[in-house]
Design a protein around this ligand. Structure first.
Ligand code: NAD
Length: 455
């Protein structure tokens, strides 16, 4: 059997050798899921809800151990791994509370002996190819509503978070999800590609734009549902009327939390010229206060990058920016192993990769703008469109600007935020389709239209 080597990013040591799938194994797993799915779909919803409620309880009681596994394999600071597990519970609660309502058949008319009704049917067998940066969040956004709505799920966790993927599978099975209804596939991109060769009914992908594009190409012409939740280059604009210290602290956290490895990390900051210097000073002071170190240490805020090759991407962005005239105010260099210093750049512009390409690390550029119109133009000058935020005391000004921003989510006086009650989606290279909210339940179903004449 092939093996997948899991390396602890903080120590460089092998944390586990996992049995990996090959193309033949992937096909066999698909066939098992296909054969079992109709039985799962026929199970009364109440039973599926009870199973997922049990899964929630298991996550809650085993959270500390699961957090340690997550930190071991992705290097996330332990306090942030705990936050992820804590944050998973209200997401599951949302789906538990809303699925019955979302799935209720709707009678839309009943006129002169003709009844018209809409029902929502499961898609069937779906492929869920997932990312490592928030494996519980991005995984559960798909597999919880997909299972509740009666689908079988072939789940390909990232090769960087496969221990967590196997924990998720174990907890679901122990909670009562049949083993053939939720199946983990272990391996790297080749296993994801083998999964896409199977005749699945839907593909739900979370990952980079580059891989998302390959996936879109590989399922082209198949007439199946395709959802792609991809990267971002998320901007924030800080107006001149804010409390500078408070805004700087909040936005720095939005940029550097999870060591900058969030799809909705703040990646570009525009500041009104009237407060540019005080804002930069407060921002740099905040970033210099971050503790970098052992991810298992409760006080650590900046951890190693999960994927060692990303260090080179950040080095190249700093080199490109400084060559074009940017100034490094703090950081700018690699540390030991896959650590990278929290980095703040000024004198940046949109010719620089750091202001155009997803950095996915602890690095940020700040730019002074002359007015709201310039800020809006720069915010929209991107291929991506995941989130965008405005900081101001003036709600009308914020709403006027945010209505002109091309992104799936917009924020006023907050950033780097996800709510289970709101849809999560992107524009442009940030993807197609959505998860979360009641739309993120319906998305795992297809509609059936019933035309029923009584005589
Ligand atoms: P990635 O694109 O490198 O990998 C994602 C998944 O795709 C992995 O499971 C990988 O094994 C698989 N894969 C790779 N090549 C494949 C192929 N040819 N066919 C099928 N599967 C293949 O992304 P990553 O490094 O795991 O995640 C980071 C990226 O994900 C960032 O760009 C981040 O912004 C994005 N992300 C987006 C969201 C969102 O909700 N929009 C959430 C989290 C992460």
């Amino acid at each position: 059997m092939q093996k997948l080597k899991v390396v602890n990013p903080a120590t460089g040591k092998v944390a586990a050798l996992l049995g990996a799938d090959d193309a033949k194994g992937v096909k066999a797993k698909y066939e098992r899921a296909r054969a079992a799915q109709p039985r799962w779909a026929k199970l009364p919803l109440k039973k599926r809800l009870a199973i997922i409620a049990k899964f929630r309880e298991k996550v809650a009681t085993q959270a500390e151990r699961l957090a340690k596994v997550l930190t071991t394999e992705v290097g996330k600071p332990i306090s942030q791994s705990r936050n992820e597990l804590r944050g998973l519970l209200p997401r599951i609660d949302f789906f538990l509370a809303e699925t019955a309502k979302a799935l209720k058949p709707r009678r839309v008319s009943n006129d002169a002996g003709m009844e018209e009704r809409i029902s929502l049917e499961p898609l069937g067998v779906i492929a869920n190819i997932s990312a490592w940066n928030y494996p519980y969040f991005v995984g559960a956004n798909v597999f919880v509503p997909a299972l509740l709505t009666g689908n079988a799920v072939l789940y390909k966790p990232s090769e960087y978070s496969s221990m967590t993927g196997l924990e998720i599978a174990r907890l679901l099975h122990e909670s009562g999800v049949p083993e053939e209804i939720f199946i983990a596939l272990i391996g790297a991109g080749d296993v994801g590609a083998a999964l896409l060769k199977q005749p699945v009914d839907g593909v739900f992908f979370t990952g980079s734009y580059g891989t998302g594009k390959k996936i879109a190409e590989s399922v082209r012409g198949r007439m199946i549902k395709l959802q792609l939740e991809l990267g971002g280059k998320d901007p924030v604009y800080v107006c001149e009327d804010v409390d500078v210290a408070k805004a700087a602290a909040g936005i720095a956290d939005g940029a550097f939390y999870n060591t900058g490895q969030s799809c909705c990390s703040v990646e570009r900051i525009y500041v009104h010229h009237k407060i540019f210097q005080p804002f930069v000073d407060a921002f740099v002071a905040e970033v210099k206060g971050y503790k970098s170190g052992d991810p298992m240490d409760e006080k650590t805020y900046i951890a190693p990058l999960t994927r060692a090759p990303q260090v080179k991407v950040l080095e190249a962005q700093v080199a490109d920016a400084t060559k074009r005239g940017a100034k490094v105010l703090t950081g700018g260099k690699r540390g030991k192993g896959s650590y990278f210093e929290p980095t703040v750049l000024v004198d940046v512009n949109h010719k620089m990769a750091v202001m155009r390409e997803e950095s996915f690390g602890p690095i940020i550029g700040l730019m002074s703008v002359k007015d709201d119109a310039e800020a809006l133009r720069l915010m929209n000058d991107t291929d991506y469109g995941l989130t965008a935020g405005i900081y101001t005391t003036d709600r009308k000004r914020a709403e006027a600007l945010l209505s002109g921003v091309n992104s799936g989510s917009v924020y006023w006086n907050c950033c780097d935020r996800v709510s289970p009650k709101l849809p999560w989606s992107g524009v442009g290279h940030s993807g197609v389709g959505l998860t979360l909210s009641t739309y993120g339940i319906e998305t795992f179903t297809r509609t059936k239209a019933w035309h029923l004449r009584s005589a």
